[in-house]
Structure formats: C-alpha cells, structure tokens
Write a new protein. Structure first.
Length: 181
C-alpha cells in the first residue's frame, strides 16, 4: 500500500529530476524543540537557510535552487509540513518555540551564521528569531507577507483555524487545490 509519505517522496524525486537537481535529504533531530525536521540540501558553497510558508514544504524552493549556484542551500520542512514531525503549539508559546527551533537548526546544520531566505510563515519565524538572536542570521530576505510577525496584526484565515485541535494538523497535511493558491 502506498502511503502519503511515499507519494510525497515520489513527487519530489520527479520534481528534482526534472529540474536537474542533486539533493541531500536528512531528518534532523532538534533537541530544544523535541522534534525531527527534514532538510533538503542543494549545491556547494556558502550556506543559506530557506524557510517556506504555511501549507508548503521545502520542495517549494526548487525553482530558485538553480538560480543560486555557488551556495549550499538548506531548505527545511517546517514542523507539521512535508515530512517533518508535527508540533502541538500552545497559546503564548509559539514565539519561544520558534526561536528554539531555529537555534536548533543553526546548530544541527553546523552554522555559526548564515543568510536566511523565508516566505510567509517562514518569514514570521525568521523575523522572530532575528529579533531574539541577532547573531546567527547574517542577513534576512522575507518574501511575501510575514504572517503575523508584526505587533497589532491579527491572525486571520487560513491561520486562525489551524489553532483548533485536530483541525490544524489536518490542514497542514492536506494538499490545497490549485485554485486555493
């Protein structure tokens, strides 16, 4: 029987072959966060950390990878996305968990400092981390709306329902229809 994980791996293999990319895949244990995340690494050179948006996965960076020759790109499946472990976020603890998560990533990947390129949810996480720990993030590029990183911004659709127990993990694991994007 083919699992969802098998289908994800098969689709990604086809995507990377079509794009002509060699990828190193690793499940990385994050001690502070208490979870494992999957990291897709491409190329050689100066390291860059890539963080995707909500309902996406690390594979979303595929079109950009060939444009960034000369870098070692580390694209992370954020918790609950792609093939990374899920996480049960608790109200009032998301920011602290996120800082620990990115601290863990820098440490696990052996990065004292690196540029970070992030989109939407990944942008929010990267901004929170850079504000709390100014050293590791050498530079930061945030694409699109950085979710709710700024004071006074309220959580709206589709992020709001993701805080409902049971519904959040379902939303993150379910593929969105093309019209939804």
């Amino acid at each position: 029987m083919t699992t969802v994980e098998d289908k994800i791996r098969e689709a990604e293999t086809s995507l990377f072959e079509t794009a002509g990319l060699d990828v190193d895949t690793a499940m990385v244990a994050l001690p502070r966060s208490g979870i494992r995340v999957r990291v897709l690494s491409f190329g050689q050179g100066r390291p860059v950390l890539l963080l995707h948006g909500v309902t996406q996965s690390a594979a979303v960076w595929t079109p950009l990878v060939s444009e960034l020759a000369g870098y070692r790109l580390h694209a992370v499946d954020l918790p609950g996305h792609g093939l990374s472990d899920p996480v049960a976020y608790r109200r009032g603890e998301v920011r602290g968990h996120t800082v620990d998560l990115i601290d863990d990533l820098f440490e696990a990947l052996g990065l004292a400092s690196a540029p970070v390129v992030a989109h939407s949810l990944g942008g929010m996480f990267a901004l929170w981390h850079a504000a709390a720990r100014p050293g590791p993030t050498a530079s930061l590029v945030v694409l699109g709306d950085p979710a709710v990183a700024f004071p006074g911004v309220r959580v709206r659709w589709p992020l709001s329902p993701m805080t409902v127990p049971g519904l959040g993990p379902l939303m993150l694991r379910s593929p969105s229809p093309r019209a939804g994007y």
